[in-house]
Design a protein around this ligand. Structure first.
Ligand SMILES: C[C@H](O)[C@H](O)[C@H]1CNC2=NC(N)=NC(=O)C2=N1
Length: 101
C-alpha cells in the first residue's frame, strides 16, 4: 500500500524514472528553476493545490527564482513511500507549464 516505506532499491528504481529528483536525508527532493520570482510563486501555489487534492504535502521552499520540493511520509515514520512518488510525478507533470526546469 502507498504508505509503506519503500526499500532503498525501490527508491533507486523509481528515481530512475524521475530525472532531476534525488534521495537525500530520508526524503526525495528536486529544485526547479524558473524565469522570475512570480513564476516561482505561481508554481508553489499550483503544487499546493495538488497537495491538498492528494492530501499529501511536501515542504516547499520558495527562492528568488527557485522552488525546492522535499517530501517524505510522516505517517510512515518519515520514510519515503509510494505517496511521495505519486506527488513527485504530479509535480513533474505540471512544472513545465510554468516554464520550470
Ligand atoms: C490527516 C492527514 O491525512 C495527514 O496529516 C496527512 C496530510 N499530509 C501528509 N503529508 C505528508 N508528507 N505525510 C503525511 O503523513 C501526511 N499526512
Amino acid at each position: 500500500m502507498a504508505d509503506e516505506p519503500l526499500s532503498q532499491k525501490e527508491i533507486e528504481d523509481r528515481l530512475r524514472e524521475l530525472p532531476g529528483w534525488a534521495f537525500e536525508d530520508d526524503r526525495i527532493i528536486r529544485t526547479y528553476r524558473l524565469g522570475t520570482h512570480f513564476a516561482a510563486s505561481a508554481l508553489v501555489a499550483h503544487i499546493a493545490a495538488v497537495q491538498d487534492e492528494l492530501n499529501h504535502h511536501s515542504d516547499l521552499t520558495l527562492g528568488y527564482n527557485t522552488v525546492r520540493v522535499s517530501v517524505n511520509t510522516h505517517s510512515a515514520g518519515d520514510a519515503v513511500t509510494g505517496a511521495d512518488f505519486a506527488l513527485a510525478e504530479r509535480v513533474e507533470a505540471l512544472a513545465p507549464s510554468h516554464g520550470a526546469s
